[in-house]
Design a protein around this ligand. Structure first.
Ligand code: CUA
Length: 348
């Protein structure tokens, strides 16, 4: 029975394959190294020098044997490499239908944000049978989000986003660890993941969330921090229109095209001059580094994500001609700069 302890609890859509791969790797590497060691010992004994004047016999090449011991292990190990790569990509790439959640690591706790507005500390509630994508960052040191039962571990870095995903396959309570030494109380940076059947998870979601959904909190910050003074939704003022931005390509002033993902939006909030959208002027938007904490940034991103295309209009199809429009700097004192009604908030 004690053998069973070698087989750690397995509860995600990838964990069985990871285990199978791991044990096959142990078996393959173990067999090959044992065979080499055994042959080495056998040869050392069998062919040892028996008296001082003994000369080594002439060796003869036996090509088929040499070819076999090169080609056969090569095939096995390349097979493991191919399978391992496939598994790695499966673990790295969240499926498109994954639920988005956010995690912020902080000395010494995990702060979780659900898009519906629930916040948790050192606990994460998820539905069973649905992939969950976590976008994570740190407020201080490097942490690492580790759920052994899911076979998922991802470093969490200050100043940027990393992601991980998992799909729990059975309900239960699973350990959550920080797996990167991050200071005195690193060992106390632990928690639980609760995987719940969908109905129960839906019920759980209905409790709490006093502050409204994450995107509605983001909307509040959008006004509070003066973003709405320049980023209008009904015209292109001095600043790019943020409607329909998330997940779409953006051309920046160097001519490069970026996809407006979480990392791009985060950088554009905290360091607006890092990448200027093509046709817009630098140094118009203030730097928000130090003014917003990571959770506020996540709320703002969630709000921008939730902004669909302009209601009642077709897609901003004028974007095809955007470069001409903005090439002439329409915005500085341009029309529309005051046309929106959000001017009650002071610009920063
Ligand atoms: Cu956080 Cu160790």
């Amino acid at each position: 029975m004690s053998m069973l302890l070698l087989f750690f609890e397995s509860a995600s859509s990838v964990s069985e394959e990871v285990d199978f791969f791991f044990w096959l790797m142990v078996l393959l590497c173990g067999t090959v190294s044992t065979a080499i060691a055994a042959f080495l010992i056998y040869s050392a004994v069998r062919y040892r020098r028996k008296h001082e004047n003994e000369m080594g016999a002439q060796t003869r090449n036996y090509i088929p044997a040499e070819a076999a011991w090169i080609i056969i292990p090569f095939i096995f190990f390349m097979g493991m490499f191919a399978w391992g790569s496939k598994l790695y990509f499966d673990i790295e790439r969240p499926p498109d239908n994954a639920l988005s959640m956010y995690a912020v690591g902080k000395q010494w706790m995990w702060k979780i944000q659900h898009p519906e507005g629930q916040r948790e500390i050192n606990e994460l509630h998820i539905p069973v049978g649905r992939p969950v994508k976590l976008t994570m960052t740190s407020e201080d040191a490097i942490h690492s989000f580790f759920v052994p039962a899911f076979r998922t571990k991802q470093d969490v870095l200050p100043g940027r986003y990393t992601t991980t995903w998992f799909e729990a396959t059975k309900p239960g309570k699973y350990h959550l660890f920080c797996a990167e030494y991050c200071g005195t109380k690193h060992s106390g940076m632990i928690g639980w993941v609760y995987a719940m059947p969908t109905a129960e998870y839906q019920r759980w979601l209905t409790q709490g969330a006093a502050e409204g959904s994450l995107s509605s909190q983001g909307e509040k910050f959008f006004h509070q921090f003066g973003c709405s003074n320049c980023h209008h939704f009904y015209d292109q003022g001095r600043c790019p229109n943020l409607r329909n931005l998330y997940g779409h390509p953006v051309q920046i002033s160097t001519g490069q095209t970026m996809i407006a993902d979480e990392s791009y939006i985060r950088e554009s909030i905290l360091e607006p001059n890092a990448k200027i959208v093509y046709g817009f002027q630098p140094n118009i938007m203030p730097n928000f580094t130090g003014q917003l904490n990571e959770e506020q940034v996540l709320a703002l991103i969630s709000y921008i994500k939730a902004l669909g295309p302009q209601p009642g209009t077709q897609e901003p199809s004028s974007s095809g001609t955007a470069s001409q429009q903005y090439g002439t700097q329409p915005g500085i004192a341009g029309p529309g700069a005051t046309s929106n009604s959000d001017s009650k908030v002071e610009a920063r």
